[in-house]
Design a protein around this ligand. Structure first.
Ligand SMILES: Cc1cc2nc3c(=O)[nH]c(=O)nc-3n(C[C@H](O)[C@H](O)[C@H](O)COP(=O)(O)OP(=O)(O)OC[C@H]3O[C@@H](n4cnc5c(N)ncnc54)[C@H](O)[C@@H]3O)c2cc1C
Length: 376
């Protein structure tokens, strides 16, 4: 049986949050790691995201929580405003990296990508852009991987961190379906109003909206469009349509709406898609992590947390098992239930939102954040 401590070469497919974290965590433990990322320039999407406590806790282990806090906007409370404009609930998020540091950080995706990428570079990870995998074959203890540029690699470990539509998952013969939940989510970068010092969520008559600060000067507005057909709108329709959907909300949504400048290029609209890989996430010495194995709905703002945790836990488990196969089995059995629970709860929250049953959705959000606070 091959020892993990022998041939420590890994190919990670995808330079998103899961891929960059896994690559750095492995490289810090002495692995020689390459990443193949299909996009020519890395993650450049202009909207933000919220890194909850479990993300910060996993990033802290890599020494990256403070750089993220410095590049983003730290917060600890989600305020839910109901259809009448009253504060219905305040979720005090668990501070998992110490009482003196915030519970969550709002960040621009490009800033997060830069932070993770610079760290991977410092750890000696080699990142190739515009490159993917076209075929995979287990040859004894190694995986032979055919690349899209005609070259091939022979590595001890293949990690598919290539998102919800993972090619590696398919190439390893691990299939799952991707579900659409009747919601389209919108994001738009806006100037941060001085009153926005935490996450604000507003219930409307048929949709939900809100604001997440990502720096002293910027925030992202979000809107969840319920009962929507999955469609792609022309870019020119994005600002007028989002402004229209934000009419009739209570509280400060009118102010958020006024911040959406005509002609803004920062508005994006995406379907709410989820996936969960039942059974094994690994075959031979290949494994899938992050959204490729478990993609929750964005309502819990925890997909990145799961992906970052996966990277850290994968490196830990490979380090304490004598064979890669045993390390991968241990990784999957440590992660599967936590990830399944989060995916299922995020779908339940999305369904409750669509049914306007906010009084049931808020306690579930609170309970899930507490559950996620348990060690990974
Ligand atoms: C609208 C929206 C809002 C969200 N908000 C939040 C939030 O606030 N907080 C949070 O924690 N989570 C949020 N999420 C979820 C979060 O974005 C994902 O869970 C997280 O990005 C998963 O990371 P990943 O690395 O597994 O996959 P990804 O981030 O999808 O990265 C996959 C990478 O692989 C690359 N790739 C794809 N295919 C190939 C291929 N064949 N070969 C090589 N490379 C490939 C891609 O280009 C990409 O760089 C949100 C999701 C959505 C859709």
């Amino acid at each position: 049986m091959e020892s993990c401590r022998g041939a420590r070469t890994a190919l990670v497919v995808g330079a998103g949050m899961g891929g960059l974290t896994a690559a750095s965590a492995l490289a810090r433990r002495g692995w020689q790691v390459e990443i193949a990322e299909i996009s020519p320039a890395g993650a450049t999407s202009g909207w933000g995201l919220c890194l909850t406590g479990p993300s910060l806790r996993a990033l802290d282990e890599l020494g990256l929580a403070d750089p993220c806090l410095a590049a983003g906007y730290g917060m600890s409370v989600i305020t839910h405003v109901d259809v009448d404009g009253r504060v219905a609930d305040e979720v005090r998020l668990p501070r998992l990296i110490g009482a003196e540091r915030p519970a969550v950080v709002g960040m621009g995706r490009p800033a997060l990508y830069r932070t993770l990428r610079e760290h991977a570079d410092r750890c000696g990870v080699v990142v190739h852009h515009g490159l993917t995998v076209v075929a995979v074959e287990q040859e004894g203890e190694q995986v032979r991987v055919q690349m899209s540029d005609g070259t091939h690699r022979r590595v001890a470990l293949l990690v598919g961190a290539d998102g919800i539509r993972s090619s590696v998952r398919r190439l390893l013969g691990l299939e799952t379906s991707v579900a659409y939940h009747g919601q389209m989510v919108w994001r738009a970068l806006v100037p941060r109003p001085p009153w926005a010092t935490g996450i604000q969520q507003f219930a409307g008559q048929s949709n939900t909206a809100g604001l997440v600060p990502i720096s002293d000067s910027l925030a992202y507005a979000f809107l969840t469009e319920n009962g929507a057909e999955w469609s792609v709108l022309p870019d020119v329709e994005l600002v007028p349509r989002s402004r229209q959907l934000l009419v009739g909300f209570p509280g400060r949504v009118e102010e958020i709406r006024s911040l959406l400048a005509a002609g803004s290029k920062s508005v994006v609209r995406r379907p709410v898609l989820t996936a969960f890989l039942d059974g094994a996430w690994n075959r031979g010495t290949g494994v899938v992590i992050g959204d490729a194995a478990h993609a929750p709905a964005p309502q819990m703002a925890s997909g990145a947390a799961l992906a970052v945790e996966d990277g850290a836990v994968l490196a830990q488990e490979l380090d304490c098992h004598t064979s890669i196969g045993a390390g991968l089995d241990a990784f999957v059995s440590r992660r599967a239930q936590r990830c399944r629970t989060l995916v299922e709860n995020s779908v339940a929250i999305a369904d409750l939102e669509q049914a306007q049953r906010y009084d049931e959705a808020y306690p579930l959000v609170d309970a899930c954040h507490r559950q996620m606070a348990e060690p990974a």
